[in-house]
Design a protein around this ligand. Structure first.
Ligand code: URA
Length: 192
């Protein structure tokens, strides 16, 4: 199935209940020819409203890192492990909640279909939810950050770093950002 057809079909996904409160499915975006494939966790408040991945604060941080590294965002395939926003209302605010394991598993067929279609050379998981989707539930970011794993089923390799939101929340934001950019630099070197 083409990416366009997958995107259309995903709009009607009922694999779990998250569609009920979310505004829309936020499907991945980027060219089929992308060599680099980035997987986040779930859309946030901005992404849910706009229907596009990584357009909120985490996306801005990613854009800044891309710019520093000379990466053209339009050439990267960007997606999430879970395609609907999960949140809790606090007054007028919608606070992000991490999808539970059942929701993560329910959404996995979409990520797998995107991988099968794009066939990237390298997958970078942003955060533990994305990494667990592809590398198994026992994955621990503290132990396995930066390791390179084969993903023979998709004829690709996968590595994991922190989620950009974790950088934004870090006590030492500058240090966390530099480590994040360093991880991306190492990953990009594998494409040369
Ligand atoms: N965080 C994610 O993991 N994905 C997005 O699209 C936005 C924020």
């Amino acid at each position: 199935m083409t990416l366009k057809a997958l995107r259309t079909e995903a709009q009607h996904c009922r694999n779990c209940d998250l569609y009920k409160d979310a505004t829309q499915t936020v499907f991945g975006e980027g060219p089929k020819s992308a060599r680099l494939f980035l997987v986040g966790e779930t859309p946030g408040d901005h992404e849910d409203k706009e229907g596009r991945v990584f357009v909120g604060p985490a996306g801005h941080l990613l854009d800044r890192a891309f710019e520093e590294l000379g990466v053209d965002r339009k050439k990267v395939y960007l997606t999430n492990a879970v395609k609907h926003f999960k949140f809790e209302e606090r007054g007028k605010r919608r606070i992000h909640k991490t999808p539970n394991r059942a929701e993560q598993v329910a959404c996995l067929p979409w990520l797998r279909a995107e991988l099968a279609e794009v066939k990237p050379e390298l997958v970078v998981c942003l955060g533990a939810v994305a990494a667990r989707a592809l590398l198994g539930a026992s994955f621990r970011l503290t132990q396995h950050r930066g390791e390179i794993h084969d993903l023979p089923e998709f004829n690709t390799r996968v590595t994991a770093t922190v989620h950009p939101s974790a950088v934004l929340r870090a006590d030492n934001r500058k240090e966390a950002y530099e480590a994040f950019v360093q991880d991306l630099t190492t990953a990009l070197a594998m494409l040369d």
